[in-house]
Design a protein around this ligand. Structure first.
Ligand SMILES: Nc1ncnc2c1ncn2[C@@H]1O[C@H](COP(=O)(O)OP(=O)(O)O)[C@@H](O)[C@H]1O
Ligand SMILES: [Mg+2]
Length: 246
């Protein structure tokens, strides 16, 4: 049975006069992997940022695991802990070691003791293949390693859903796969994921569903196979033809 985990209903988002999200309806079920693709400026990041309430919405509603997104306060902090986010830029604290970057949230927000937080952190760092780097500073790691640390940091909060916003776009090509491999592993383990990416190989391998956005709207939703072999809208066809020629 499909269990809705993220439910976005009739969401409108304006930045001043600009209509950035137009009547978005999207349900992500528990354990589902949804890949969001679309041209630059189509609203993909805005959608991610509204789901974890980094951005307010103009109207509509968003709920996570049956709970409506609160406006602010402790409810919001709890909700943020339910939603892990990984951005294009890794946003690690540069003055903290890798281990400290991971344990900070669990100690402050989950209330773990330092020893417990560190032991959980080592398990996560091992899982993403960077436990040997635990005592280094972020600048001493490659971009691919830093992004894997960012994934571990998000997982350390025990999120119910993970949002990835173009997690490999800032990486050198040879580091893309090491990050995608971690994400494929997470998907296989049943993590609920919303992934904005242009990596079609990842979409084909890991996505249950592809959502195609253009100009603030969801234009198509389909299985990866349907979407890549037989896109329905002219906007999707146009987008895919441009991807393939590069
Ligand atoms: N804080 C903001 N203020 C005004 N306009 C914004 C803001 N953030 C994004 N936009 C606009 O909203 C549109 C969608 O942006 P974004 O969600 O970043 O698109 P994508 O991630 O698909 O490239 C763009 O036209 C962008 O210029
Ligand atoms: Mg974006």
């Amino acid at each position: 049975m499909a269990e809705p985990l993220v439910v976005v209903e009739d969401v409108q988002k304006h930045y001043g006069d600009f209509h950035a999200l137009k009547d978005i309806n999207l349900t992500v079920n528990r354990g589902e992997v949804v890949v969001v693709i679309g041209p630059s400026g189509s609203g993909k990041s805005t959608l991610c940022r509204t789901i974890n309430r980094l951005e307010t919405i103009t109207s509509g509603s968003i709920s996570i695991d049956g709970k409506k997104l609160p406006e602010e306060g402790k409810g919001l902090a709890n909700l943020r802990a339910d939603v892990g986010m990984v951005f294009q830029s890794f946003n690690l604290f540069s003055h903290l070691t890798i281990l400290e970057n991971i344990t900070l949230g669990p100690i402050k927000v989950r209330g773990l003791k330092k020893a417990q937080a560190e032991s959980e952190a080592h398990v996560l760092l091992d899982r993403v293949g960077v436990d040997k780097q635990a005592n280094k500073l972020p600048a001493q790691l490659s971009g691919g390693q830093q992004q894997r640390v960012a994934i571990a940091r998000a997982l350390a909060m025990r999120p119910k859903v993970m949002l990835f916003d173009e997690p490999t776009s800032a990486l050198d090509p040879e580091m893309i796969n090491e990050v995608l491999d971690v994400m494929v592993g997470l998907a296989k383990e049943g993590m609920t994921m919303v992934v904005v990416t242009h990596e079609m190989g990842f979409a084909r391998k890991a996505a249950d569903r592809v959502v195609f956005m253009s100009e603030g709207e969801i234009v198509e939703e389909a299985t990866p196979d349907q979407f890549f072999t037989n896109p329905q809208s002219s906007r999707a066809k146009d987008f895919l033809s441009k991807l393939i020629t590069h």
